[in-house]
Design a binder for this molecule. Structure first.
Ligand code: SAH
Ligand code: SF4
Length: 349
């Protein structure tokens, strides 16, 4: 377990701490402003605070629980991936996308992942530990500093980096609450998207949450035998159970669910696979993203679906009335697929 950082605390928790130390309330606002508006990484730079408080904070509530280790930019300059080193030496990755207009950032919720999808680099590496809410917040603040330097607003935060967000729900929800707090960072709840491999209790919790956070579900296949292989978590939450949770979510929130389908050549990219998906999603408030899989070195047998198959798949869904987008695996040149940069560092290739 890592030490608690300032970013692990809510505003109220910080106020309690400062109150116990005998500081007045306006100090809380100054600290919160420094961390979430000025995006400070070192208390030494926060000149509004008295020296003794700065020293106390540096000792007991560090401001930056991670450090950028290395970055790779795609040749078109639209995607940039950074490995962040955490206090215990573990690493996570942050991917910045769409640099040209409004930036989105793809962040991690865990070091590694226990779900073990065979086409995913993170899944191959196994589970190491959950991130704290502060470590999740820190990734977004890192991205915000990065886009501030090129004068772009940070418009979207997606939990599509390493890990299963609903495997670490308390930290994920707390991080969103902290970043949403209008006294500080103030990013609207609708700017967040949680992507899940299909953890049903997590979907129900999100449906019941007052914050209007978006949901993406990594579907990949609409029959249990195939999905058991592509997303081993399907054995725990099979499709009937998962789809029922998605329908409950849609009925309760009236928000459109995004279904992600990574297409693997010859495995889940045939017309009958598309028809099965169309049947499952019939009459549901949703959108489908088709992503030709980004092959990983560990599993060369999971090859990218050819463009012809991807388009044919998309046409079947569209003909069934399901809004569908084909996404290129942007940044494939810099190994921007889930967990791949970190995996590369570990194997030193
Ligand atoms: N664990 C969550 C969120 C992180 S993975 C989930 O699975 O939804 C984010 C997305 O990246 C998922 O849709 C996942 O299927 C996809 N993904 C992982 N590896 C990929 C690869 N090699 N090529 C294309 N998409 C991949
Ligand atoms: Fe985990 Fe998502 Fe990768 Fe599957 S795709 S192993 S759930 S991070």
């Amino acid at each position: 377990m890592t030490n608690v950082s300032l970013l692990d605390l809510s505003y109220d928790e910080l106020a309690d701490r400062l109150g116990a130390w005998g500081y007045p309330k306006y100090r809380v606002d100054q600290i919160w402003h420094a961390a979430f508006v000025d995006l400070a990484t070192d208390y030494a730079a926060v000149s509004t605070l008295p020296l003794d408080l700065r020293q106390e904070l540096s000792r007991s509530l560090p401001l930056a629980p991670c450090l950028a280790e290395r970055s790779l930019e795609s040749p078109d300059g639209l995607t940039r991936k950074t490995v962040l080193r955490l206090a215990d030496g573990e690493t996570v990755e942050v991917v910045m996308m769409d640099y040209s207009e409004r930036a989105s950032v793809c962040i991690s919720s865990q070091v590694g992942c226990a779900v073990g999808c065979p086409f995913c680099a993170t899944g191959q590496a196994g589970f190491v530990r959950n991130l704290s809410s502060g470590e999740i917040v820190a990734q977004v603040l890192y991205a915000a500093r990065d886009v501030r330097s090129i004068a772009r607003p940070l418009s979207n935060v997606v939990f599509m980096g390493m890990g299963e967000p609903f495997g670490n729900p308390d930290a994920v929800f707390q991080a969103i609450r902290t970043l949403n707090d209008p006294r500080g960072f103030g990013l609207g709840a609708r700017s967040f998207t949680i992507s899940t491999a299909g953890v049903v209790p997590g979907i129900d919790r999100l449906a019941a949450d007052p914050l209007q956070v978006n949901l993406a579900v990594s579907l990949h296949a609409a029959d249990d035998t195939l999905r058991n292989v592509l997303v081993p978590l399907n054995r725990k939450y099979p499709l009937d159970i998962l789809m029922a949770a998605c329908r409950r979510y849609a009925a309760r929130t009236h928000r459109r669910i995004t279904f992600e389908i990574a297409l693997v050549a010859g495995m889940n990219d045939r017309p009958h696979h598309a028809r099965a998906v169309a049947e499952r999603l019939d009459e549901m408030l949703c959108h489908v993203n088709l992503i030709p899989v980004n092959p990983i070195p560990e599993r060369r047998d999971f090859r990218r679906s050819p463009s012809l198959s991807v388009h044919a798949y998309a046409e079947i869904l569209k003909a069934a009335g399901i809004p569908t987008t084909i996404r290129d695996s942007r940044g494939a040149e810099i190994a921007a697929g889930c967990g791949q940069l970190r995996a590369r560092r570990r194997t030193n290739s």
